[in-house]
Design a protein. Structure first.
Length: 133
């Protein structure tokens, strides 16, 4: 199972174009609920969600995952953080927010086309021994 957290539905288009089953949510609280209930094997997180109150963030999901994984170390999803602001994401990774997960950082524009997403998913398949395509 693949979970995609993004404030723009349009960013799921490459998944649709490739026929890859995935679950899309717009808000971090929906992502946390889905993770808790379904335990997806791969999670694509947009760190910078633009909501009306500017309080939502994919980084909330990272914090949630840390707490969850401290209690259940048998669940190890592949986490892909994507953002146009790669420096911000890297700073947070070095700031210790991800002690219990080892996220990959991939700016979305690098996987925004079906072919680049296919190449990236092939890379994940080889790296983690999972099957997406």
């Amino acid at each position: 199972k693949i979970l995609v957290l993004d404030d723009e539905f349009l960013r799921t288009k490459p998944f649709h174009d490739l026929g890859i089953a995935h679950h899309w949510v717009k808000h971090s609280w929906d992502a946390m609920k889905y993770i808790f209930e379904e335990r997806p094997g791969c999670i694509f997180l947009d760190h910078d969600l633009r909501d009306e109150l500017d309080i939502d963030s994919g980084m909330r999901v990272v914090e949630f995952l840390q707490a969850m994984l401290q209690r259940d170390q048998s669940y190890r999803p592949i986490v892909v953080l994507h953002s146009l602001v790669e420096d911000f994401t890297v700073r947070h990774m070095r700031g210790g927010l991800t002690a219990w997960i080892d996220p990959l950082i991939k700016p979305f524009y690098k996987i925004s086309e079906p072919e680049t997403l296919r190449v990236f998913l092939n890379y994940l398949e080889e790296l983690y021994g999972v099957k997406f395509l």
